[in-house]
Design a protein around this ligand. Structure first.
Ligand SMILES: C[S@@+](CC[C@H](N)C(=O)[O-])C[C@H]1O[C@@H](n2cnc3c(N)ncnc32)[C@H](O)[C@@H]1O
Length: 320
């Protein structure tokens, strides 16, 4: 996964021209409608107050891709909240770009953690076997013992029970990123938007092959051994592990929400009323409305995506 996505000469993210949008392989929320960015901007204004209005107010975006989300958030802040915008220092982070050493503000991401390379394991009776890749004449999968002890720890943290014969993904890079943030963030909020699940949701469906999926020209396939370097490979984020890793570092979490819930919390109803006031059949607004529809379609992106907000070094409200 690491090689296929990030090899400097052949990797999907490092070399492919068009990844996002109609002529690419998939959409993310920033490509549907600016309301997604506007909701984040409204949330950031509240967190600015929670963090006692720091100057500078850092906005660190992990995995910016083409950068639409950061651009739209900054535009919104400048237009509606100039007093906050004046304090902002924005850091777009992509592969190979270092994070600031000291952060006071917000670290946010959209579909960053699901793009990190994972280990894959399979449960065999009472044992956990890692699925390795063998490079002979053909690529094949080989099961053997796990080498990194953190894999077992991750499995215990993330899954209350393991089903015999089933495969699971173990995202140790995610844990490493959170630990790294803990060293850098003095006081702040880590806001993550991504595909993912808590334990109840994971357990509510049979997932014999885990959640690893590949995207190529808007088609989904579970096979990572085709279109190598030309297709995206992702796995759902284990928010159980994300929240518990944060807790072990002394962070507190707001309850995990669906993206739809988050959008409602940050002004969706008002946005829809404004749209209605412009005339629902107004042909000049057709594109605008289509974007909102894609963002809000039932069982679409706003139901599959989740938002986890974690507070670092802040005396927070009680969210329990
Ligand atoms: C699924 S894309 C999402 C892009 C964008 N946030 C969006 O919503 O459209 C994931 C992005 O994370 C970037 N990424 C992956 N690993 C990274 C790392 N270790 N540091 C910074 N960026 C990384 C990839 O290059 C890619 O641009």
């Amino acid at each position: 996964m690491d090689f296929c996505l990030y090899d400097p000469h052949q990797g999907y993210y490092t070399t492919k021209d068009k990844i996002f949008g109609p002529s690419g392989d998939y959409y993310t929320s920033p490509y549907t409608h600016r309301f997604f960015a506007h909701s984040l901007a409204s949330a950031f204004v509240e967190y600015f107050k929670l963090l006692s209005q720091p100057r500078p107010f850092h906005l660190v975006e992990l995995g910016v891709g083409e950068g639409f989300l950061g651009r739209d958030i900054l535009e919104r802040l400048e237009e509606r909240y100039p007093e906050v915008f004046d304090c902002v220092e924005y850091f777009p982070v992509e592969v190979g770009v270092a994070l600031p050493d000291r952060i006071q503000g917000i670290v946010f991401s959209n579909e960053f953690f699901d793009a990190l390379p994972v280990h894959r394991v399979r449960v065999r009776g009472s044992k956990l076997q890692e699925i390795y890749v063998s490079l002979g004449d053909e690529i094949s999968e080989v099961e053997s013992e796990t080498e990194d002890p953190r894999i077992l720890e991750y499995m215990r943290t993330g899954f209350k029970e393991w089903r015999n014969g089933c495969e699971y993904e173990v995202n140790l890079r995610m844990v490493e990123v959170l630990e790294d943030l803990d060293r850098r963030v003095d006081s702040g909020v880590v806001l993550t938007v991504d595909y993912g699940y808590d334990w109840e949701e994971y357990n509510s469906v049979d997932r014999p092959h885990g959640t690893l999926l590949c995207y190529h020209r808007h088609q989904v396939t579970p096979n990572p051994y085709i279109n190598m370097g030309q297709q995206d490979i992702t796995s759902h984020v284990n928010f159980e592990v994300m929240a518990k890793t944060g807790a072990s570092l002394g962070w507190t979490s707001e309850p995990l929400r669906s993206q739809r819930h988050f959008l409602f919390d940050w002004g969706l109803e008002q946005r829809l009323l404004e749209e209605e006031a412009q005339g629902l059949l107004n042909p000049e607004r057709a594109e605008e409305r289509l974007g909102l529809k894609t963002l809000l379609a039932p069982d679409g992106i706003s139901d599959t995506m989740k938002v986890l907000v974690q507070h670092v070094g802040v005396s927070s409200r009680d969210y329990s």
